[in-house]
Design a protein around this ligand. Sequence first.
Ligand code: PAF
Length: 306
Amino acid sequence: MRIAVLGSGAMGSLYGGLLSEGNNEVWLLDIWKEHVKRINKEGLKIEGKSGNRIVENIRATVDPNEIGIVDLLLIFVKSTITDKALEGAKNIIGESTLILTLQNGLGNIEKIESVVGKENIIAGTTSHGATMLSPGKILHAGIGTTIIGEINGLKSDRVKRLKEIFDESKIETVVTDNVIGLIWDKLLVNVGINAITALTELRNGRIVEFIETKEILELAVGEGEKVAKAKGIKLINQEPIEHTKQICRLTAQNKSSMLQDIINKRKTEIDMINGAIVREGKKHSINTPINLILTNLIKVKEKREN
Ligand code: PAF
């Protein structure tokens, strides 16, 4: 399969590397010139859970014109720029190019739809963890499951084919008929972990050790759960608070993506995570004060850092 990964930070590079090792033709597309240059010169270096090695057969570019039409476009840019980045990569999207988003946060499907329509979008979530070590070099920090599905819930041939390709590339993948519920499950995990870790600069595992942060996590996820129910979302996980705490323990050593954004002085995905709970809550007259506070504190931190 010809595959391009739009946004080749730690997670994008990890998926690109694994798919390349699974004998696919993979292009990493990113605006970070130093990263692109290193990969083309020395290969993509992966360390960590899946072993230390160099992926040689992978190409990277800042210019979508080099790539041509692909069969699959995997989107891993920050959810703040999904539509803008996709707009810039339009000429690698053909009529039957599948667009797969495994990004965090709410609103990615809508943003993709606004650029290329709904027809070829497949969505999902990932539980892998990855961190950028240096240009061309990433750490595979945690191995987890990838879950994908059609927006309409059908277990289509194309989604089953994608699962096969991912499984062959050692990306263990499950197909769901409730991808919206799945995205909300993951959203609630991010609601409970990301802002708190970014504000306290603690790793994921530590925020369930302090009773103070654990209490905020419980309240934030509880508000999110109420909003999900009001919207009629069928969550897959029936105990989102416990589930979030469990993910903290499973990814104890992770620096959450939002903490990494703050450390690297990047804009965070707060508007698509806790901010989304506040926005959606308002539509259903549900008060979400904890999520409002977390959102506003992160925004102040972003303004101060930049
Ligand atoms: O955004 C992240 O960092 C991840 O989604 C998660 C699950 C919180 C683990 O760090």
